[in-house]
Write a protein that binds this ligand. Structure first.
Ligand code: GLN
Length: 482
């Protein structure tokens, strides 16, 4: 059965002739149709994927060397460009738009033999935490179909959760890979800012955006990261250093980890999650990992800082969707240009995107700029400085990923309440550091939740090695709190 294989096992089975890439694609296509009601995929490139799989099978059978991702079946969040295929950011405003080039990440996947299976549903322009903001309807969590999968990369998380593809690429501006990974019980990595080129990633907030990886094993996530990370002439913010994640396990270091005391005591945190993470920390200490609780006095400033800066950047990035250059245009005749802009944007964007454009325009407007935008930039600087100091003393930070497990579709209506639940994830994007959500726990209702680990900037190697060790720790069953 092809149900779950790591890339390594999959490759062994291909080389031994037990399976073919065509069989693997057919298997994923069956899963997609069996779970179509979850609404994870916006489009599946069925015929094209089967054709590519057949070519890969033939090349392998003819003895050609295998790419690192030979036959690996990947889904792309609908914000990552795949040349000559539609991309819509789950928005009406990009109706009918087709990518004219490959994102660098897409190109690198293809160059190593991956098969791109389709486009995955997400919150419109990656703005949201529940995947309920898509113009194409919400995504449902396969563990409990009445619950959200998280967002904004909800479709990408559910696709990996259900085995409809082996790997998904999402984007993470403030948690959109880690949070749905947490809600769906899989691994979600947001690398350091600049680790993976943003060329061909539809921009939300450019100084925060980063492509992230969903998978079921650290080994697979590391492999994909190695393929897609690294310098890129098309993105001047991409790091100039190649990402090196290969580990020498013979030279295991001793790790020092901290957690933020006030984060684990935060009133918004589900007590079951708090207790489970406390237990994990205690167990980690018994296997030689040094653990220390520290004070992090900036905790309550991070969500407001994030929402001031990201909405400001979004209001600027989204100004290009004017009804003229891309996608949707209002059809009325004989209207002047300003009305055409207004009507096209009013009809093309959904309510959450409009809220953020308004908010971002406000914080950038004359008279308010210094009070909001400049102030938030100053707080971001403080966070970066504080983060540097922390990593002078510690190898990693451990936090919850989300304060609660997956909630019911339609349950949360207050946007502020939804924003505040990003308390643990937005920090890594503000500081530009890598962060991962590891699926270690389940509560009494069987809902998964994860733990989040962060390392210093461009230290994905340490982050992934430590993650591997933490995944091996016998985690106590979720503690019930009476
Ligand atoms: N929930 C956050 C937001 O809505 C994160 C989104 C993201 O990472 N793309 O901004």
């Amino acid at each position: 059965m092809l149900d779950f294989l790591s890339v390594k096992e999959y490759h062994t089975s291909l080389i031994n002739g037990q399976h073919t890439c065509v069989e693997a694609v057919s298997f994923c296509l069956e899963k997609i149709s069996a779970t179509a009601h979850l609404n994870a995929w916006l489009e599946v490139f069925e015929a094209e994927a089967l054709e590519r799989a057949d070519e890969l099978d033939k090349a392998r059978q003819n003895g050609q060397p295998l790419g690192k991702l030979h036959g690996v079946i990947v889904g792309l969040k609908d914000v990552i460009c795949f040349k000559d295929h539609k991309v819509s950011a789950s928005s009406r405003i990009l109706e009918g738009f087709t990518s004219v080039y490959h994102a660098t990440a897409t190109k690198r996947l293809l160059d190593e033999g991956a098969i791109i299976l389709g486009r995955q549903n997400c919150d419109e322009f990656a703005m949201g935490s529940s995947n309920e903001n898509s113009a194409f309807g919400p995504v449902k969590n396969a563990i409990d179909e009445e619950r959200v999968p998280g967002g904004s990369s909800g479709g990408s998380a559910v696709a990996v959760q259900t085995g409809s593809c082996m790997i998904s690429l999402g984007s993470d501006t403030g948690g959109s890979v880690r949070q749905p990974a947490d809600f769906c019980g899989i691994i979600g990595l947001k690398p350091s800012y600049g680790c993976i080129s943003r060329y061909g990633l539809i921009a939300y907030a450019s100084s925060f955006d980063q492509i992230g990886i969903f998978g079921k094993s650290i080994e697979d996530v590391r492999l994909v990261l190695d393929v897609i990370a690294g310098p890129d002439e098309f993105d001047s913010t991409a790091s100039q250093k190649p990402a090196i994640t290969v580990v020498d396990t013979s030279k295991e270091q001793k790790y020092r980890i901290c957690y933020f005391k006030n984060a684990l005591e935060h009133p918004s945190l589900d007590p079951v999650i708090a207790a489970s993470i406390q237990e994990l920390l205690q167990t980690a200490a018994t296997v030689g990992i040094e653990i220390e609780g520290i004070d992090f006095e900036l905790l309550d400033y991070i969500v407001p800082t994030y929402y001031v800066l990201t909405t400001a950047e979004a209001s600027s990035n989204l100004s290009r969707y004017d009804g003229i250059k891309f996608g949707y245009r209002n059809k009325q005749k004989n209207i002047d240009l300003t009305d055409l802009y207004k009507l096209s944007r009013s009809e093309g964007f959904g309510p959450e995107v409009k809220r953020r454009i308004l908010l971002g325009t406000f914080v950038l407007s004359e008279g308010y700029y210094d009070a909001y935008f400049t102030k938030a930039q100053q707080v971001r600087r403080l966070l970066v400085e504080k983060t540097k100091l922390i990593f002078e003393q510690f190898d990693a930070i451990i936090l919850p990923t989300v304060p609660t497990p997956a909630y019911r579709l339609g349950e949360k209506k207050d946007p502020i309440e939804i924003f505040l639940a990003d308390i643990y994830t937005v920090y890594a994007n503000l500081a530009g550091i890598p962060a991962i959500s590891l699926p270690l726990f389940k509560n009494e209702q069987g809902l998964p939740f994860g733990v989040q680990v962060m390392s210093s900037q461009h230290n994905e190697k340490l982050l992934l090695r430590l993650s591997e060790l933490l995944m091996k720790i016998e985690t106590p069953a979720a503690t019930s709190v009476d």
